[in-house]
Write a new protein. Sequence first.
Length: 186
Amino acid sequence: MYVIVGLGNPGLKYSQSRHNVGFMCMDFLSEKLGIKIDKIKFKALIGEGNYNGEKVILVKPQTFMNLSGESVQAIVNFYKVPHQNLFVVYDDIDIDLGKLRIRKQGSSGTHNGMRNIIYLLGFDDFPRFRIGVSKPQNMDLADFVLSGFSKEEQKILIETLNKCSDACLNAITDGIDSAMNNFNIR
């Protein structure tokens, strides 16, 4: 079993913001796998299905970003998910737009949603898929991550979201090392 969590904020107001690229990636996976993310459980919208003989649960926490760990902790505890089978997809301002960084484990960096997840889970040895959204130029950080993408940026983002969803599937079939080798964009 694999649980893939995309981080974001609920509601239409935030749906196309930089902070919601995790949710956007779940939409790409939902489409590719034919899994509807429409059940409300564990303070999240979830969808369940199968891929290559593995049960896959797609998750969009509905707790708002900074409390994402509440949802993730409930899911991990209920399903007894092995650490390496929990994938978290989220935005990263320290990575340029269009870049994807996959890691087996690590700290939360400057991301409050990841900080809350690691704090509540009590471990950080789970794969994460970080989607670059770039750093703000002359703009408050909170305002920046809650802002949308320009038309040019949207084209780049779509390619990156497609690659990230493919990387998640590659990690399920061939392992996280394979996904890192194939999809980490320098």
